[in-house]
Design a protein around this ligand. Structure first.
Ligand code: PXL
Length: 284
């Protein structure tokens, strides 16, 4: 069994964070493990405002030790970290255990909020984690923060940010533009491997229920890497995966709705979708 790990927050609503990651790993036929960094809850009495409770440092380290020292992972991703010590512990365990297939999803915002959750962490994430990342997967907001550019509103600006982020150490950069680039009629993302840009377009799924889409995309990419795909092939498959997931999106209540990571299973069974997950070429 191929084992894959997420270092991420728990989203009590189940659509984002490690819950999205584990559901996605499952769809790729992998064994998922999770180190919880923060617990995120949402308050129905206050318009679904987010509450974030960081886990204690020793509790996080114990989980990382369980996973990386005690078991081993073919690939790993990190999502919401929420504290300086979570950034440092992630750096320590990814580097100490030589996790080459490490996907850095630099979660700085939750959907609906365009304000960074922990802006004071951004420099530490860039400095300590970008150099370890096989792929960094910022959205437009996060890419602008990591690159130190202004707001990203054009493909040229996306490319400029990808170049800067690669210059800070990520071996590959996947900027999740999705529906957010002004004037787009497609879901548009950008892949950069240090020399080559690839624009990836997919059908723009018309839904407001996109909670967890960023986490799910990065988790699918991590799962593809764990299965032995190249970063580019893993990104292409991840995009098909999130499109299928968003086609199955639904409301949880008046505030929030997630995609459905099992959306592609239906596609696969009925032969219209992204096709079979390839057999592994690596094992941990
Ligand atoms: O979608 C970003 C995100 C990541 N991780 C956790 C979250 C959220 C947004 O709600 O709760 C734990």
């Amino acid at each position: 069994m191929i084992k894959v790990a997420t270092i991420a927050g728990s989203d009590a609503s189940g659509g984002a964070g490690l819950e999205a990651d584990l559901k996605t790993f499952e769809e790729y036929g992998l064994y998922g493990m999770a180190a919880v960094t923060v617990i995120a809850a949402m308050d129905p009495d206050h318009n679904w405002g987010h509450l974030v409770y960081p886990l204690a440092e020793d509790a996080l380290e114990a989980q990382l030790k369980t996973i990386f020292q005690g078991i081993g992972a073919a690939a790993a991703k990190s999502g919401m970290l929420g504290s300086f010590y979570a950034v440092e512990l992630t750096r320590k365990y990814i580097s100490k255990y030589g996790v080459a297939k490490y996907v850095l999803d630099p979660v700085m915002v939750c959907k609906g909020a365009n304000e960074a959750l922990n802006p004071e962490l951004n420099a530490a994430v860039a400095e300590k984690l970008l150099p370890l990342a096989e792929v960094a997967t910022p959205n437009l907001f996060e890419a602008a923060q990591l690159a130190g550019t202004g707001e990203i509103t054009t493909i040229e600006r996306m490319k400029e940010a990808a170049r800067i982020i690669a210059g800070k150490g990520a071996r590959q950069v996947f900027i999740k533009g999705g529906s957010k680039l002004p004037g787009q009629t497609k879901a548009l993302d950008l892949f950069y491997d240090g020399s080559r840009f690839e624009l990836l377009e997919a059908e723009l799924v018309k839904t407001g229920w996109t909670h967890g889409a960023g986490c799910t995309t990065a988790a699918a990419l991590t799962a593809g890497l764990a299965r032995g795909l190249s970063a580019y092939d893993a990104v292409v498959l991840a995009k098909q995966f999130i499109t299928a997931s968003l086609k199955g999106s639904f409301a949880l209540n008046q505030w929030v709705g997630p995609g459905n990571p099992s959306g592609w299973r239906k596609d696969r069974l009925f032969g219209e979708g992204p096709g079979k997950v390839p057999e592994s070429t690596t094992s941990p």
